[in-house]
Ligand binder design. Structure first.
Ligand SMILES: Cc1cc2nc3c(=O)[nH]c(=O)nc-3n(C[C@H](O)[C@H](O)[C@H](O)COP(=O)(O)OP(=O)(O)OC[C@H]3O[C@@H](n4cnc5c(N)ncnc54)[C@H](O)[C@@H]3O)c2cc1C
Length: 439
């Protein structure tokens, strides 16, 4: 089923990414003019739309370089829901550049390796980060704490909540007109779109909708008030068209996921007790420890997410910027979480963009801002496009429900990976460091 779904998704991807679609998008908007009267339009220099990981990391990176920005977030407050994210050494390098890594390190456990298991609980392979490749740093962090930490370092009034962008239009002088659900209007010199996977700004720029990849993920955060009992390893358990995993986060918390094939994203279910039951039913005969972790999970931390990505085809996908509007994070490159890189790459984007933008702003030259955005796009595309494809391929193999593919996969993991005892090549994609933002 997964193979058929993948082929269908591949065709759909090509059709929905066509240049025609991009062109229609840009024509529709190119004729719009600004009729708003200047009296009710506030002027801003750097506006960031979206206060998620990308938006806050970009705002803080710019702040470290002396550039003030205004973050406009649609929610009423910082989105503190959600579970955890595993951040690899490239994510930690970006957090080091931004200046918040050491604070977060004190709260989250450093993971020592990876264990791969089959659904009957048999260990296929255990790999230790420190044995051969001591340079890896992997920790799962709570999304809530990451957001609060980034927001806590920003000057007061940087984030304006309840600001849902509903309209974006170019203005004749190169500025951008933004209108929000509450009727407020802003004329911004520079706009950074960090508005996530369903980004209205990306849509305005001609990007296609992200593609559903044929599987969904349950996630949860288990709580052990007397201390979590597991070894400091990421556990991956492979079934047929179904996979699960868990990893200790902090001394009292364990993050888990269950990923299952589904021909459609299905109706949006948010009732936590229903989600928990559905997730448990999927893995009811799997390892008892997995069910124990799920039982130890407060219902309200459980979420169900259909997984999506968008491939940034060369010459077909629109560029990352349009005039002085640019994209960061999922708004530009939604990718599946199979290699745990979406947030890591959003953090990398933030640091790289901030450096280039701050240099351009300080040179006080409008053209150089557009050049800075182009340079950011060229540099980041080389990193993002292969990672998006890699994540998708890893997902296709991991989610396969074809018995032959599952047999070969598990045997390769058990025999081949055992011989190839180096973890380095498997984690090559985490070898990316960002520069310090100290002025
Ligand atoms: C199941 C799953 C597991 C994952 N695991 C990992 C992992 O282990 N490691 C990893 O690195 N990554 C992981 N990711 C990816 C990671 O979650 C994303 O890449 C990351 O959250 C992207 O951050 P962002 O700020 O770009 O987008 P978001 O976090 O979606 O933030 C976008 C923000 O924009 C706001 N917004 C949207 N529209 C508007 C609007 N119109 N006006 C104003 N504001 C708006 C939203 O409210 C939101 O706050 C995972 C993703 C999934 C789905």
């Amino acid at each position: 089923m997964a193979t058929t779904t993948s082929s269908f998704m591949f065709l759909k991807r090509i059709l929905t990414s066509s240049p025609c679609r991009a062109r229609i998008g840009s024509l529709r908007y190119s004729k719009l003019t600004i009729k708003a009267q200047s009296s009710d339009v506030r002027k801003e220099h750097v506006v960031i739309v979206g206060g998620g990981i990308a938006g806050l990391a970009t705002a803080l990176s710019l702040h470290r370089l002396g550039v003030r920005s205004l973050v406009l977030e649609q929610s009423e407050s910082l989105r503190t829901g959600g579970t955890s994210l595993t951040l690899s050494k490239n994510g930690w390098s970006a957090l080091d550049s931004i200046g918040v890594a050491n604070y977060l390190r004190t709260q989250y456990l450093e993971i020592q390796g990876i264990v791969l298991k089959s659904e009957d609980g048999k260990e296929l392979r255990a790999l230790n980060f420190k044995e051969k490749d001591g340079s890896q740093e992997l920790r799962a962090v709570e999304r809530r704490v990451l957001l609060e930490t980034l927001a806590g370092q920003l000057p007061t009034d940087t984030i304006q909540y309840s600001s849902r962008l509903v309209k974006i239009e170019p203005s004749p002088n190169g500025d951008t007109f933004l209108e929000f659900l509450d009727g407020s209007k802003i004329l911004a010199k520079i706009v950074i779109g960090c508005d996530g996977i369903r980004s209205p700004i990306a849509k305005w720029m001609g990007f296609s909708e992200p593609n559903y990849v044929g599987y969904c993920a349950f996630r949860g955060l288990a709580s052990y008030s007397d201390g979590q009992p597991f070894e400091l390893r990421v556990n991956y358990i492979y079934g047929k068209g179904l996979r699960a995993g868990y990893v200790p986060v902090s001394p009292t918390k364990v993050y888990w996921f269950v990923t299952f094939n589904s021909s459609s994203p299905g109706p949006k279910t948010t009732e936590p007790s229903v989600l928990k039951k559905q997730a448990k039913d999927l893995v009811e005969n799997w390892l008892p420890e997995l069910l124990n972790i799920m039982d130890s999970t407060p219902d309200d931390t459980i979420v169900l997410t259909p997984l999506m990505d968008r491939w940034l085809w060369p010459w077909i996908s629109p560029p990352v910027s349009r005039g002085r509007v640019v994209l960061v994070g999922d708004a530009w490159h939604p990718m599946t979480p199979n290699i745990g890189q979406g947030a890591c790459c959003a953090l990398e984007d933030a640091v790289v963009l901030a450096k280039k933008l701050a240099a351009a702003i300080n040179s006080d030259d409008d053209t150089s801002i557009e050049d800075a955005f182009r340079s950011y796009g060229n540099e980041r595309w080389l990193r993002i496009f292969p990672l998006t494809i890699l994540a998708n391929l890893v997902g296709s193999i991991s989610q396969s429900d074809n018995p032959l593919v599952c047999y070969v996969r598990n045997n390769i993991v058990r025999d081949r990976v055992r011989k190839n005892t180096r973890l380095g090549p498997l984690l090559e994609h985490t070898n990316f460091t960002t520069e310090s933002l100290q002025r």
